[in-house]
Design a protein around this ligand. Structure first.
Ligand code: GLA
Length: 382
């Protein structure tokens, strides 16, 4: 929705005028999966799909929230008393952000909030990080907290880790807060340094959502993180970032099969991210294809986070594009989306192949998004 439409809707629902709008985007990860919580490298870009939060101040310390996606539902809590989990899942993301800011000692103010989002949900494009960063950006703005984009991202991650019970890394929140139009960001998840690389004009980013129903995602996700941490302990390094293949081989005998495989994925994936950044800079499709193919296979065989539907979609798209495109799964896995990099004239090749083969093989319909890298967190005062 446009700002005008959103502010009109806000006035209608809350009977007061909006005072500002904060927006934060979803993301697609080009390469570097499950490396973030191992202090490694990732190469995501922010999307034009975004979550917008319209706000006005209240004088009673209540946070009152409505969402255009859940008409009629009202989420309400006080910032004066302890913030605990409520009944609504979307509402809990707002509570989670307020909870971590309050815990850090910030004084929050009551607000009316209206939420709108066009980030596809449940497809691995980080709709929850977009909501957390937008809500964090809103509290930052209304309560003059003077937080940096990086701090807002870190609070978003804490909200997931400590309130939503998902032990995610920093990638999604950081790219949502700091993403740049037309660029991918190489993020060093150890130092949190970011470096923007422009996406070549003739490179199209096509996301294909498998629409495979995601189940047990959080518990499997958290288990992978534990496997990685145990692998680091066995190798006597702080995190897998400090490990290498020689060390891994030398410790193979003392590791469980899973610990070995998870570490093998992370160590090799970090190397691929660095190489892929150079390949992106050189607009080198052959190199991108080799790296993204290797990443997908590693996620399938070593990290074991793909499902037949996403493996199948990758095969369908890679087969159709041949040497002209690079394809792999993207995001948190167990369903979700795949990402294809190709030339604009080949976008239709993907659409046609998916239409002809995906439903027939998996009895699911895919959604296809041709994307551009959009802006990170933005705030507007009205
Ligand atoms: C999810 C998490 C991220 C990251 C990815 C996998 O999106 O939120 O922190 O671990 O999975 O790369």
């Amino acid at each position: 929705m446009t700002h005008e439409q959103l502010t009109a809707k806000f006035s209608e629902l809350f009977q007061v005028s909006a005072q500002g709008i904060v927006s934060a985007p979803g993301r697609v990860n080009i390469i570097g999966e499950f490396t973030d919580y191992n202090d490694g490298f990732v190469l995501p870009c922010s999307l034009e799909f975004k979550t917008q939060v319209v706000y006005s101040l209240r004088d009673d310390n209540q946070v009152v929230v409505q969402s255009l996606h859940y008409p009629g539902e009202i989420e309400q809590f006080s910032v004066d008393t302890d913030i605990v989990t409520g009944n609504s899942q979307w509402g809990n993301y707002i509570r989670a952000v307020a909870f971590v800011l309050k815990r850090a000692g910030y004084n929050l103010q009551g607000v009316n909030l209206l939420i709108d989002s066009n980030v596809p949900q449940g497809s691995g494009l980080s709709s929850s990080a977009a909501l957390e960063v937008a809500v964090g950006g809103m509290f930052n703005q209304v309560a003059n907290l003077a937080l940096t984009a990086e701090q807002i991202a870190l609070f978003g991650q804490q909200a997931e880790n400590d309130f939503m019970d998902c032990q995610c890394g920093i990638m999604d929140q950081l790219i949502s807060a700091k993403g740049e139009t037309g660029h991918a960001l190489l993020i060093d998840c150890q130092s949190l340094e970011t470096r923007a690389f422009s996406i070549p004009d003739d490179l199209s980013i096509v996301i294909v959502n498998s629409n495979y129903p995601r189940k047990l995602v959080d518990s499997e996700y958290n288990q992978r993180r534990i496997d990685c941490e145990q692998a680091a302990v066995k190798m006597e390094v702080k995190t897998l970032r400090a490990a290498n293949m020689a060390l891994l081989q030398s410790k193979k005998a003392v590791m469980s099969d899973n610990e070995y495989k998870r570490a093998h994925h992370v160590i090799s994936e970090n190397e691929r991210v660095v190489k892929a950044t150079a390949a992106l800079q050189n607009n080198d499709m052959q190199a991108l294809r080799a790296l993204m193919t290797a990443s997908h296979l590693s996620l399938k065989n070593d990290f074991e986070v793909t499902v037949p539907a996403t493996d199948g979609l990758v095969n369908i798209c890679q087969e159709a594009l041949g040497e002209r495109g690079a394809v792999r799964m993207t995001g948190g896995g167990f369903g979700g989306a795949i990402v294809c990099l190709c030339r604009s004239e080949d976008v239709d090749v993907i659409k046609q192949a998916v239409e002809e083969k995906y439903y027939q093989r998996f009895n699911l319909s895919a959604d296809i998004y041709v994307c551009k890298a959009g802006s990170g967190l933005q705030t507007f005062k009205l």
